[in-house]
Design a binder for this molecule. Structure first.
Ligand SMILES: [Zn+2]
Length: 201
C-alpha cells in the first residue's frame, strides 16, 4: 500500500498542525523534512512512529498475533514461525516483532541460529541456510533446511503437515542421563591387515 496523493496532502497537513507549537527554528526544520518526503517515505515515517498501523504489513500482523501462524519459538525481539509456503520441509521464518530492518536485531539473528540447530537435530537437515531480508522495511530471516538429494521447490504446506512440524519442533526433549559411549571393536577383516613385505626365502 502506498499513500495516494490526496492522503499524502492530508497527512502532511496533520503533521504541520502537530508541529505548530514547536519553537520557530525547530518547526522550520521539521517542516522542511515533512515537505521533502515522498509518499513512500511518509508512510514509512508514520509506521515507524506508530502514527498509523502498518496495516499492509503482513509481518507486523503475524508478529502481533493478528494473523495466525504456527509459532515455534520467540525471544524478546523476534518470533520464529513455520513458513506456510516453504522451499523445503520445515522452513522457518524469523519475524522481528517491531517494524524495522533485520540487521538491527542481534536477538533475531540469535533466534535464527537456534532455529537452524533445531532443524538439524529434529528434522535431520543436512545443512541450513539463513537469509535475511527486509520486506517493505520489515526485517525477516529465512531459515531454510537443506536435505541431501532434495531440490528446493516452493510449495504450499498442508495444515496437517505444519501442525505436525510444530509438534516436533516444539517438543521438549527429556533429559536422559549421558550414556557412556561403549567402545566397540570392529571386526577386523584379514584383508585389512597391513601386508608384511614378502619374504624371499
Ligand atoms: Zn511490519
Amino acid at each position: 500500500m502506498t499513500l495516494t496523493e490526496e492522503e499524502v496532502k492530508q497527512v502532511k497537513e496533520q503533521l504541520f498542525n502537530q508541529i505548530e507549537n514547536l519553537p520557530d527554528e525547530q518547526r522550520d526544520v521539521a517542516m522542511g523534512q515533512i515537505n521533502s518526503m515522498n509518499a513512500e517515505q511518509l508512510e514509512e515515517f508514520l509506521v515507524k512512529n506508530n502514527l498509523i498501523k502498518g496495516g499492509s504489513c503482513i509481518f507486523c500482523s503475524i508478529a502481533s498475533g493478528e494473523t495466525p501462524s504456527y509459532k515455534i519459538a520467540e525471544n524478546k525481539e523476534a518470533i520464529a514461525v513455520l513458513d506456510i509456503n516453504p522451499l523445503s520441509h520445515g522452513q522457518i521464518l524469523i519475524i522481528l516483532k517491531q517494524h524495522k530492518p533485520a540487521e538491527d536485531s542481534p536477538e533475531a539473528m540469535k533466534l535464527a541460529q537456534e532455529s537452524a540447530k533445531l532443524l538439524k537435530t529434529k528434522l535431520k537437515a543436512d545443512e541450513v541456510k539463513t537469509e535475511s531480508s527486509n520486506v517493505q522495511g520489515h526485517g525477516i530471516i529465512n531459515v531454510i533446511p537443506l536435505y541431501k538429494d532434495k531440490k528446493l521447490e516452493r510449495k504450499k504446506a498442508e495444515d496437517k503437515e505444519l501442525y505436525e512440524l510444530q509438534q516436533i519442533l516444539t517438543k521438549q526433549e527429556e533429559k536422559k542421563p549421558v550414556e557412556q559411549e561403549k567402545k566397540q571393536i570392529k571386526e577386523v577383516k584379514v584383508e585389512d591387515l597391513p601386508k608384511a613385505p614378502r619374504r624371499i626365502p
